[in-house]
Design a protein around this ligand. Structure first.
Ligand SMILES: Cc1cc2nc3c(=O)[nH]c(=O)nc-3n(C[C@H](O)[C@H](O)[C@H](O)COP(=O)(O)OP(=O)(O)OC[C@H]3O[C@@H](n4cnc5c(N)ncnc54)[C@H](O)[C@@H]3O)c2cc1C
Length: 311
């Protein structure tokens, strides 16, 4: 209950221009500024530096150029050009080639066909260079179009792409069966958006139970699934289930967000599991940042302490 109120509250705040202005001014100003805990930086160079540090710790990464809800075609083309430049920068840097992106960033709200064209342009540059591209899942208003786009591209032969399913959505277990049958790669998450009762479980227990069922189905029938969570109970369940069914640790990976539960991140790697860190960067970090605050009220104290310490 609290979690859904908190998500709603921070979702509302994320639309405040005043807060965005204040946060943009102070959040990333210095290496110690409060938003840097969760955001690798505003430039691709900073993201690449962060990725190199993670590689040095034995972790994998996926870089995400932050941006969403682009409403004009010009904005969508600009985001696409930026992504193409990120592809080139990653190749040049020689780091692992893995990206995450959002369809609304590529113009889904302006024109669906253009958003798909933009995604194709990115895939045409990235796939021959050996990239894996994950299409993030946004709010339930976009579930159908995101899965449709993904499945169409898959049927057109794009195989270095993957999708995300959210265990808080009632429909996701049916979607999972279809995606498993395709043999496509799924990232399993609980869901970061505030969703209505008609489409989503509202209690943590129900969301967790669905996550546990989907996790087992992915480990048994999925293609190199990504178990994306910071929840120790879900991580322990995945480890125990894989061990019991003799599923080796190289058949799946864990994923966590940059700056969250670094203790668990280090432990998983030390225990011999594959871990990929989602590394967000870019100027448009405010909505992402607010979603992270909404997930955990203690983060607000962390941010307030950071602001108080700013000189
Ligand atoms: C790699 C990755 C990619 C993701 N991609 C998507 C996506 O495409 N679409 C989407 O809707 N969601 C995405 N998410 C977010 C996800 O849906 C959840 O909102 C988020 O992961 C929190 O849920 P949890 O599974 O960690 O469990 P929870 O039950 O929310 O949290 C479990 C524990 O994790 C820790 N924790 C969780 N969140 C935070 C936080 N913000 N700050 C500090 N500690 C925290 C706390 O210790 C908490 O008790 C992604 C998450 C990850 C890890």
């Amino acid at each position: 209950m609290f979690s859904s109120l908190s998500k709603a509250f921070f979702h509302a705040l994320s639309r405040s221009r005043f807060l965005k202005h204040v946060a943009s001014r102070y959040g990333m100003r210095k290496p110690t500024s409060f938003a840097r805990r969760f955001i690798a930086g505003e430039t691709v160079g900073e993201a690449i530096d962060a990725a190199r540090v993670l590689e040095g710790r034995g972790m994998h990464h996926t870089l995400d150029l932050l941006g969403e809800s682009v409403t004009t075609l010009e904005g969508a083309y600009a985001a696409t050009r930026e992504y193409l430049a990120v592809v080139d920068a990653i190749v040049q840097a020689g780091i692992e080639r893995n990206l995450s992106l959002k369809l609304t960033q590529l113009g889904l709200d302006a024109d669906r066909a253009s958003a798909v064209d933009n995604l194709r342009r990115i895939l045409e540059r990235a796939e021959p260079a050996g990239f894996f591209i994950r299409i993030d899942m946004e709010s339930s208003a976009y579930t159908d179009v995101t899965l449709d786009t993904f499945e169409t591209l898959w049927h057109h032969g794009h195989r270095q792409i993957g999708v995300v399913l959210q265990s808080d959505l009632r429909r996701s277990e049916a979607d999972l069966q279809r995606i498993n049958a395709l043999g496509a790669r799924v990232r399993l998450v609980k869901g970061a958006y505030r969703e209505p009762k008609a489409v989503a479980y509202q209690s943590k227990t129900e969301v967790d139970q669905a996550y546990a069922r989907m996790l087992k189905s992915l480990l048994l029938e999925g293609n190199y699934p990504a178990i994306a969570t910071h929840d120790p109970a879900m991580i322990d369940l995945a480890r125990a289930f894989a061990r019991d069914r003799q599923i080796p640790p190289d058949r799946f990976e864990f994923q966590m967000l940059y700056g969250i539960r670094r203790d668990l991140q280090n432990k998983l790697v030390a225990d011999g599991y594959r871990l990929r860190i989602y590394v967000p960067f870019g100027r448009e970090w405010f909505p992402y940042f607010m979603r992270r605050l909404g997930e955990r009220p203690a983060n607000v104290l962390f941010v307030l302490r950071g602001i108080a310490a700013e000189k």
